[in-house]
Design a binder for this molecule. Structure first.
Ligand SMILES: Nc1ncnc2c1ncn2[C@@H]1O[C@H](COP(=O)(O)OP(=O)(O)OP(=O)(O)O)[C@@H](O)[C@H]1O
Ligand SMILES: [Mg+2]
Length: 228
């Protein structure tokens, strides 16, 4: 297989090859293969329990496959060290979850700022970047609000701003509208797609909604532990 790196001529950002993962005797991923190009938005669909979150967790390095290869931005993450994986999560890859996972004791501003603090961005640059992101997700007026005082859609917009703060190349979104009403969910999807496009970030969007999948350029399906 061709070695992928950041200057790959065909702009492949992520290559998943023959990935297998079992929990006990239950085989969940059964030879998953696909590629994602730089800036490409891909919807990942499939029945409940088909392994979508497991696959995303393998892509983000939270979980490890039993077999196979996952290469993202030139890093073979299946054999990467814990330090390399941490570096990847602070750099190349970012995640948005269904239930936001904001820190309750930090304001919207501070939740976003924290991810920049962790990579050593100076206080001045942090401030301007967080202000820019709050504006991008239309929450400038809620900078000092704590998560418990925000609506679900507002919380998810803070989580999106946080996920984009370090300018990742791949955004993994696992049912980001799963706990929102349809109208709020639609606006969140529009925002995600627009910001990913604006910053040239590739996205894997896990969704059960055919309508939601339409915001992506391509849809892939999990079937029997494979991409069908
Ligand atoms: N940590 C774990 N330990 C044991 N089994 C697990 C674990 N994580 C997932 N599984 C099992 O693996 C299968 C796939 O789960 P996964 O969460 O990836 O599905 P999913 O496609 O994301 O489903 P949903 O659409 O409901 O979110 C399920 O049968 C689940 O019970
Ligand atoms: Mg899931």
């Amino acid at each position: 297989m061709t070695k992928i790196n950041s200057t790959s001529p065909d702009n492949v950002l992520c290559t998943v090859s023959q990935v297998y993962k079992s929990y006990g005797s239950q085989s969940v991923l059964n030879g998953v293969d696909f590629e994602i190009h730089e800036g490409e938005q891909v919807a990942l669909m499939g029945p409940s329990g088909s392994g979508k979150s497991t696959l995303l967790n393998c892509l983000s390095g939270i979980d490890r496959p039993d077999q196979g290869s996952i290469e993202i931005g030139g890093l073979e993450i299946t054999s990467a060290s814990a330090a390399e994986l941490a570096e990847m999560r602070r750099g190349t890859v970012s995640t948005v979850f269904q239930f936001f996972h904001l820190l309750p004791t930090l304001s919207a501003f501070e939740n976003i700022e924290l991810s920049l603090q962790l990579i050593g961005v100076s206080p001045r640059d942090r401030r301007s970047r967080v202000e820019e992101l709050l504006e991008a997700v239309q929450l400038s007026s809620h900078a000092d609000a704590f998560p418990e005082t925000l609506s679900g859609g507002e919380r998810q917009r803070v989580a999106i701003a946080r996920a984009l703060a370090h300018r990742p190349r791949l955004l993994l979104a696992d049912e980001p509208t799963g706990s929102l009403d349809t109208q709020t969910g639609d606006s969140i999807l529009q925002l995600l797609s627009q910001l990913a496009g604006q910053f040239n970030i590739a996205m894997v969007l896990v969704t059960h909604s055919v309508d939601a999948a339409r915001i992506c350029q391509r849809t892939i399906h999990m079937r029997d532990g494979k991409i069908g």
